[in-house]
Design a protein around this ligand. Structure first.
Ligand SMILES: C[S@@+](CC[C@H](N)C(=O)[O-])C[C@H]1O[C@@H](n2cnc3c(N)ncnc32)[C@H](O)[C@@H]1O
Length: 234
């Protein structure tokens, strides 16, 4: 359940919210070129209730999403999703001033983005279940180099209050392993909008594994200061 923390004046949510974003939000968060996404193999992990995969598939991309909560029948996921969208929106109450509203404008518009994403996701999950794979980081059921582009949003770094450093390291290595091209991760901050404390350690680990890493500015800001994606490439 989401709860206000008036003493701490910050966004609070327990559990992992099963919510999602639309294609346009991903395009901005990851600074994607939509033309580049068409026709390549894309993985979104965790996919949550995002419509990104449905919209990418519609652009003739080969798109797969992984999430630890996939698997139940669409109606069951719809119930979870409805609950979590409400929780996520409620959790903004009283802390709106901690966010940048340039893209969404207001809470109502943000909520309608979440609901649009969920509707499109649920329809595609019902129609094309093979695009939605149940699995849990740090283990992915794919051979090395399975995807040209791997995207990971709003799990790593964001939930650093409950995911430890070993999980971050192992999950990043696993996401990079299945990426033949690039892995991009967003945001680089926790719910308190503070950057993940050991980001440089993780970059050094990936670089020692033979990857190049880069912090790339993106044309999106909601959590204040969260304006970069981590790009990991060979
Ligand atoms: C806030 S949502 C993010 C979804 C989407 N990427 C987005 O940006 O809207 C977090 C998701 O992470 C999923 N999740 C939590 N732990 C996971 C794990 N170990 N492996 C895969 N998915 C996980 C949850 O089920 C939830 O759908």
């Amino acid at each position: 359940m989401a709860d206000d923390d008036s003493a701490g004046d910050r966004y609070r949510i327990d559990d992992f919210a099963f919510i999602g974003r639309i294609f346009e939000e991903y395009r901005r968060m990851f600074d994607l070129d939509p033309d580049r996404v068409a026709g390549i193999r894309v993985l979104d992990c965790p996919g949550g209730a995002c419509s990104f995969i449905a919209e990418t598939a519609a652009r003739s991309g080969e798109a797969v999403a992984v999430d630890a909560l996939y698997g139940p029948p669409p109606d069951d996921l719809a119930t979870r999703c409805e609950r979590d969208v409400e929780r996520a929106v409620d959790a903004l109450s009283g802390v709106e001033h901690l966010y940048e509203w340039g893209y969404y404008g207001d809470v109502g518009t943000l909520e309608s983005h979440r609901r649009t994403a969920a509707e499109r996701f649920l329809a595609d999950y019902a129609d094309s279940p093979s695009r939605y794979v149940r699995a849990a980081l740090p283990d992915l059921p794919f051979p090395d180099d399975s995807f040209d582009l791997v995207l990971s949003a709003h799990l790593l770094f964001l939930y650093d209050d409950r995911l430890d450093h070993a999980f971050h390291r192992d999950a990043l290595r696993e996401l990079a392993r299945v990426a033949a091209g690039e892995l991009r991760v967003f945001p680089l901050v926790g719910f308190d909008a503070a950057e993940y404390g050991r980001l440089d350690d993780l970059r050094r680990t990936l670089e020692a594994d033979g990857y190049a890493t880069e912090r790339r500015p993106v044309p999106f800001e909601f959590q204040r200061g969260a304006t970069e994606t981590l790009v990991v490439s060979r």
